[in-house]
Design a protein around this ligand. Structure first.
Ligand code: HEM
Length: 316
């Protein structure tokens, strides 16, 4: 995928990477956000009926190999899994359609995002960097949250630690436009639901866990049985706002089954492969188009610039 040529977008993208470096420190070879992760491999099987939503190749094919990365939040590669800042957790899914042909879903474990635009998100990060979380009164962060209700709602949303990466639900947050073979277009948002059910830990139980409990647990679990998730799409009604990640659609919107991901192995040479793989928020596949959400184009540029920097760092 080539870098966009829009100078403003590139400048904003670079500002983000600098800002993450300022907050979390520079860790060459690691992601500036969602630094601690693990790559797993498996297959995707489409749900019967998903072709009514999209003509995408992974829905038309009987099964598609997937590469999946679970991650903790923050750009701190050794962040303990028990740290509250490790929430929300990340789940990125790559559908390997053919050699060098793929499409991705990037999701996290909180349903929503703090801001509508990238510029506002950068302001939030800058306010965060300039504030002491233990003493918010009169701080830039307090001022930002006071004037941005969606950011306040996101910060205040409960984010309990999961018992396992396999017992957490993940949300695509930004809407995509799904197109079927008859040309019918619908906006939708991915939800990725664990077959093992949602299971979270209370704070005291989380604190008593080891610093790598999630990573140790998922490796052990996958050695015994496949780790499965159902992907569903929450479909918008005509007129629902589809270009703003801070706006939730009502819960009565239709949920269409998209398919099942079944993970069966930890990817060999994990550190090297994590350093190499760059997930892309824009689907770039027939049958799934990006919405006009301004976060999408920006994130695609940020992740690519960041990923190229990571690849050029010494091997991890
Ligand atoms: C303007 C908004 C955003 C910015 C600037 C941003 C920034 C970043 C950056 C710099 C990375 C590291 C990319 C890399 O080096 O490969 C990253 C990764 C990630 N972000 Fe975001 N992000 C944004 C929005 C979101 C949203 C809305 C979600 C949830 C759907 C999300 C979930 C993730 C996940 C799961 C990863 C890890 C991907 C992987 O495993 O490689 N981000 N983000």
């Amino acid at each position: 995928m080539p870098l966009p040529t829009d100078e403003k977008l590139l400048a904003l993208s670079n500002d983000f990477i600098k800002q993450f470096d300022t907050i979390f420190g520079e860790h060459p070879g690691f992601r500036p956000a969602h630094a601690k992760g693990i790559l797993l491999a498996g297959t995707f099987t489409p749900a019967p009926g998903a072709e009514a939503l999209t003509k995408a190749p992974h829905i038309a094919h009987e099964s598609t190999p997937v590469t999946v990365r679970f991650s903790n939040s923050t750009g701190i590669p050794l962040i303990p899994d028990t740290d509250p800042n490790a929430n929300p957790r990340g789940l990125a899914i790559r559908f390997n359609l053919a050699e060098h042909v793929h499409t991705d879903i990037i999701s996290h474990s909180t349903d929503g995002f703090p801001t509508h635009t990238g510029q506002e998100f950068l302001e939030l990060l800058r306010a965060l960097a300039a504030s002491d979380p233990a003493n918010l009164a009169g701080s830039p962060l307090e001022a930002f949250l006071g004037s941005h209700p969606a950011a306040l709602a996101f910060v205040q949303a409960p984010k309990p630690a999961p018992a396992s990466f396999a017992t957490e639900s993940y949300f695509g947050v930004t809407a995509m436009q799904f197109i079927n073979k008859d040309g019918v277009k619908k906006f939708g948002r991915y939800r990725i639901i664990p077959e093992a059910g949602n299971q979270h830990l209370d704070d005291a139980t989380t604190k008593a866990k080891s610093a790598n409990y999630l990573f140790e647990e998922i490796a052990k679990r996958i050695g015994k049985e496949p780790v499965k998730f159902k992907i569903v799409v929450q479909v918008a009604n005509d007129g629902d706002v589809a270009d703003d990640a801070t706006i939730h659609w009502p819960e009565d919107r239709k949920l269409v089954e998209f398919g099942t991901v079944s993970l069966t192995a930890v990817v060999a040479d994990n550190d090297h492969e994590q350093q190499r793989i760059i997930f892309d928020p824009i689907p770039r596949v027939d049958g799934i188009e990006p919405s006009a959400d301004p976060l999408l184009e920006l994130r695609a540029a940020v992740y690519l610039i960041s990923g190229r920097r990571r690849r050029s760092a010494p091997a991890q």
